[in-house]
Design a protein around this ligand. Sequence first.
Ligand code: AVJ
Length: 316
Amino acid sequence: MSGPRLLQIAHDDPAAIRAELLAGLLAPTATIAPKYLYDALGSRLFAAITELPEYYPTRTEAAIFDREMRPMAEVLGTLATLVDLGAGNCEKAARLFAAFRVRRYVAVDISASYLRESLENLQRRHPEVDMLGVGLDFSTTLRLPAEVGDGPRTLFYPGSSIGNFTPDEALAFLRQAHAACQGGALLIGVDLVKPIAILEPAYDDPLGVTAAFNRNMLLHLNRLAGTDFAIADWRHVAFFNSAESRIEMHLEALRETRVAWLDGERRFAPGERLHTENSYKWRPDDFAALLERAGFTRLCRWTDERGWFAVFAAFA
Ligand code: AVJ
């Protein structure tokens, strides 16, 4: 069996990635984009996070899909082309196959090689579905290759990944999603504002898995940028910034520390931080308004009984 087709859209070259990372390190407030949390170990640590009792988003979203699968399938109809943005192990999409009629499945993730195994498995279980894997970094621009095909598409963007974007960036992304769905729809999961006592432990768990996930970014940077971060000098910090309605994750220097690379260095004073992630929490009405501003005309929304997470179907 030949298996599903795979397509890799060119990555930035290593020198460009290195330059971007070092510029972020040298900025007045050192900042690294959250996509660098996900090397092989980082992806496994994120998977472990989703199993933590404190990390409610994944299981809350899954419960919404379990309970509302039929009404969702009814409003969305047959999915001529399902485009999974950030497919990873394709598990979330695999669950849609049970209730939705899917003709064509396009799994998009930053690395096509990471998709191979999960997509081959899925193809074996669903030989009737035409499958394509696309390696593409869509975090700055969402432009799908022509191979995805003509006609309306259903874009699937679960897990509140949209939360990594500022509201302005989220609007720009949703506008691109509106164009990319070619008259179809967007099925998107969004984490909602809730009490700080629920939010903060989800990003600072007592077992320290999220801390390991955050601190592992430094190991990844050492490989990508040739830096020499001493992991033990850094602690995980996560808190809810109410004014911005976002969880912020930082790495904070425990002591005076120096990070050096081939042709540069930066010193960090005790308490100085490196900003690694924002995770925005939305009010459902504000997110609905954002979808409308992005050009979507008809919306359906589903939430859990506690109102912690929302799934929207937005039609072009
Ligand atoms: C994958 C961006 C949805 O923001 O909840 C989990 C990442 N960071 N714990 C989130 C994350 C720390 C996650 N997203």
